[in-house]
Design a protein around this ligand. Structure first.
Ligand SMILES: NC(=O)C1=CN([C@@H]2O[C@H](COP(=O)(O)OP(=O)(O)OC[C@H]3O[C@@H](n4cnc5c(N)ncnc54)[C@H](O)[C@@H]3O)[C@@H](O)[C@H]2O)C=CC1
Ligand SMILES: O=C(O)[C@@H](O)C(=O)[C@H](O)[C@@H](O)CO
Length: 308
């Protein structure tokens, strides 16, 4: 358990904000968390939903270190760190950082939980963009270990050092993404596979539920133990990935060409004609997903592979 003297302000207490609140409060027993969110029912909402994220933690101890702020200035005035998970909207993020900068302590650092809006975009109106870095979580961050730490060209080494030290002290797996790109790395990979999945369903090759079954009984478990490169390196035998590419490269290329052709032919773009049927299939297959069951199974999988 980390013992980091930290006063963390969370801007936004939705799906990600509540999860991060639980993560800080349970993994860092001496931090305080201040929540600022414009929703009118904030305190009632947090008091109703946060316990579900705290699992076996001492709920009263966690809530004793949680406070709420009615305005942004009060929320950030004593913060060591301000962590933003407001709307995924560049205008919102660009506009809020100068306001935070104006009222936060001079040495506070700033984290954005954004899914894909680079810090270089978000910091456009900041006086000191060196204080901001993207810390992109994989939902839900109180369970999923990954944090993609994505600096802009302006992010200082001091900001990076403090950010990495904090998350490592909490036993998380911060990975530095060396260059800003749309969607960073996790989402680029996930959404590339997702596009291929939508294409295969749209073509009638497989339905939604069976595509998920294929992923959950193959690459899902595989990649929780060894990522794509390690897996194919192992698949190449003694010759490693070089051998894999020599042996299987022809089929790999045919699949890549097929994907490119299908996507071009099938026009798998967001909002396309394919989308309504894929969403209908998901609704019919899953209804409303029981995230409690999802999270319990995810914790067991991560524990089985030695992850926090
Ligand atoms: N939902 C997910 O799976 C993931 C989301 N993210 C990112 O996290 C951020 C938040 O996403 P979610 O938690 O899903 O959204 P959400 O919609 O659940 O929560 C956003 C919160 O921001 C609050 N808010 C709106 N305007 C505000 C303002 N002016 N000041 C303060 N609070 C304000 C809303 O009341 C709401 O509670 C986004 O940038 C998203 O891309 C990152 C990883 C995964
Ligand atoms: O998938 C996740 O949890 C994250 O990588 C994201 O940022 C996604 O965009 C998320 O919002 C959708 O799952």
């Amino acid at each position: 358990m980390a013992e980091c003297e930290y006063s963390i302000t969370l801007i936004g207490a939705g799906t990600i904000g509540l999860s991060f609140a639980a993560l800080h409060l349970t993994k860092n027993p001496i931090c305080t968390v201040t929540i600022y969110d414009t929703r009118p029912d904030l305190q009632a909402y947090v008091k109703q939903h946060l316990p579900g994220y705290l699992q076996d933690a001492d709920q009263s101890a966690c809530f004793s270190r949680l406070q709420f702020a009615d305005d942004l200035q009060a929320a950030v005035k004593d913060a060591t760190t301000v962590q933003e998970q407001g709307p995924e909207n560049a205008d919102f993020k660009v506009s809020i950082w100068p306001r935070i900068e104006q009222h936060a302590p001079w040495d506070a650092i700033f984290w954005s939980s954004t899914s894909g809006i680079p810090a270089s975009v978000q910091s456009a109106q900041m006086k000191d963009p060196s204080r901001l870095v993207v810390v992109h979580p994989y939902n839900p961050p109180h369970i999923m270990p990954l944090l993609e730490v994505v600096p802009s060209a302006y992010t200082s080494q001091g900001t990076m050092d403090r950010t990495l030290a904090y998350w490592r002290a909490l036993g998380r797996s911060p990975v530095v993404v060396k260059k800003e790109c749309t969607g960073f790395v996790a989402n680029r990979l996930a959404f590339a596979l997702y596009r291929e999945a939508c294409s295969l369903v749209a073509q009638g090759v497989v339905d939604v539920k069976n595509l998920d079954e294929i992923v959950q009984t193959s690459m899902g478990p595989r990649w929780s133990v060894a990522g794509p490169f390690k897996s194919y390196h192992a698949g190449g035998g003694e010759g490693g990935l070089t051998s894999f590419m020599d042996k299987i490269g022809g089929t790999v290329q045919e699949c890549w060409d097929g994907s490119e052709k299908d996507v071009k032919k099938g026009k798998i773009d967001v909002g396309g004609k394919w989308q309504a049927d894929v969403c209908r299939q998901a609704d019919e297959a899953y209804g409303v997903v029981d995230t409690t069951e999802r999270d319990e199974k995810t914790r067991k999988v991560l524990a089985a592979v030695g992850r926090h």
